[in-house]
Design a protein around this ligand. Structure first.
Ligand code: AP5
Length: 219
């Protein structure tokens, strides 16, 4: 699942994951966990993420490979935020071909890009709040919790992401334009890109995504 910061990859990825009973794998979430645990990778990624830049490609590959080899990925998975550079896309194609699709060569992954207007992205990112316990995503402007700053599901105090500050958001959007847009072009050339209008309300975007997945998932 491709799309700029704030496009709704996490929001929609969680819904699709729940519907199909497969994991949503967000490289951003995994990296944030490494930062929290102060692992070797986390210590390197911390400042890079705080500046809104991309973590170097070669630091991602072992982390993603280890996650995709876990048993819960056998029936399928949703990748949210990976690949983000043409080099990552090439690595992923080779990995999937070697480890997943050897026996089902026709079963290619579905590549969805969620497109959203720039000003709407700023509104979504500055208003985002996340539950640190269950991961549910809210927005103080667009999808507020029932009680201010508290999660509807478990009552935890919602948190603001460290990189959702306006100056960092601009860097993240720039990184998307310069480094990730070419990934969409890579898949477009292969005839595999499905662009989706993400400017619509959450339920409408979900409806489109489920329809597109149903249309393209035959293998
Ligand atoms: P990551 O965690 O992947 O962040 P991101 O790509 O910037 O995407 P976001 O999580 O900000 O947005 P989203 O599209 O998931 O939107 P959401 O659903 O939350 O990456 C963070 C950092 O990690 C990177 O900057 C980089 O440093 C590093 N990194 C990660 N992967 C990497 C990789 N592969 N290579 C190198 N570095 C990597 O929604 C946003 C808000 O909008 C929410 O408040 C939500 O409620 C609201 N919203 C969603 N949909 C709608 C809608 N339809 N209408 C109204 N509001 C909506």
């Amino acid at each position: 699942m491709l799309g700029p910061p704030g496009a709704g990859k996490g929001t929609q990825g969680k819904r699709i994951a729940q519907h199909y009973g497969i994991p949503q794998i967000s490289t951003g979430d995994i990296l944030r966990e490494h930062v929290k645990q102060a692992t070797g990778l986390g210590l390197i990624a911390k400042d890079i993420m705080a500046r809104g830049e991309l973590v170097p490609d070669e630091l991602l590959y072992d982390m993603v490979a280890e996650r995709l080899r876990r048993a819960d990925c056998e029936r399928g998975f949703i990748l949210d935020g990976f690949p983000r550079t043409p080099a990552q896309a090439g690595w992923l194609d080779a990995f999937l071909e070697n480890e997943f699709f050897e026996k089902a060569a026709k079963c290619l992954p579905i590549v969805i890009r969620i497109d959203v207007d720039y000003n709407e992205l700023l509104l979504r990112l500055t208003g985002r709040r996340t539950c640190p316990v269950c991961g549910r995503i809210y927005n103080v402007h667009l999808q507020p919790p029932r009680v201010d700053e508290l999660c509807d599901v478990d009552g935890s105090k919602l948190v603001t992401r460290n990189d959702d500050r306006e100056e960092v958001i601009r860097e993240r959007l720039l990184a998307y334009e310069q480094q990730t847009r070419p990934v969409a072009e890579y898949y477009e050339r292969k005839g595999r890109l499905i662009p989706v209008d993400g400017d619509l309300p959450v339920d409408e975007v979900s409806g489109t995504l489920f329809r597109e997945i149903a249309t393209h998932s035959g293998c």
